[in-house]
Design a protein around this ligand. Structure first.
Ligand SMILES: [Zn+2]
Length: 192
């Protein structure tokens, strides 16, 4: 059942069709058997190729979608979640993200396995690479499960100097402090 027709105007997150009938084309994405618009624009339903696309009339700013990789800064670490601000979207490093830019990493989406103490995974001020799980609501839900995701830059809680990776730990060359984080495999070697 197609909910929209060619020429309809839609915004990000609008339901377009089920995946039983259509595959997402440009400007559309699939989630749990449904195709949604990932941008603001005009729908094109291609019955022949079973493809449904959304074309923006003007050059639009980037819109985050599920699976996008972003760089965020940790603002606050609570028992069950860390609040972050989203800085950069991969592929659009030179552009400002449109609002909303608030994200959240739930304790269950930090790493494979159980996390007992979230403050040993993230601290306020950490720069983290994360993946978007759901961008249709704010704060945007993010995950750092995976080797390439996690903290890419952290400073010492005592003296604010950048921490060095030392096996699975972080160590401060300046004051000797040892700290723990959910690290990305390329800690302090990569940005995006
Ligand atoms: Zn230190």
């Amino acid at each position: 059942m197609v909910e929209v027709k060619t020429g309809d105007f839609v915004v990000p997150g609008d339901f377009l069709a089920t995946t039983e009938e259509f595959v997402p084309g440009e400007g559309a994405y699939e989630e749990e058997g449904k195709v949604y618009s990932s941008c603001t624009g005009v729908v094109l339903v291609d019955v022949r190729t079973k493809r449904i696309s959304v074309f923006s009339k003007t050059a639009t700013p980037p819109v985050m979608k599920r699976g996008d990789v972003v760089v965020v800064r940790v603002e606050e670490v609570k028992d069950q979640s860390a609040n972050v601000s989203i800085g950069v979207l991969r592929g659009y490093e030179d552009r400002q993200l449109p609002l909303p830019d608030a994200g959240v990493i739930h304790v269950s989406e930090v790493r494979d396995g159980y996390v007992r103490d979230l403050s040993k995974e993230f601290k306020a001020g950490d720069i983290v690479r994360a993946k978007a799980l759901d961008t249709r609501r704010t704060p945007i839900r993010l995950s750092t499960v995976g080797e390439d995701l996690g903290v890419i830059m952290a400073v010492c809680s005592r003296c604010r100097m950048p921490l060095d990776k030392d096996d699975s730990k972080l160590r401060c060359k300046n004051c000797g402090n040892v700290e723990f984080r959910k690290l990305a495999s390329d800690y302090r070697r990569g940005i995006l």
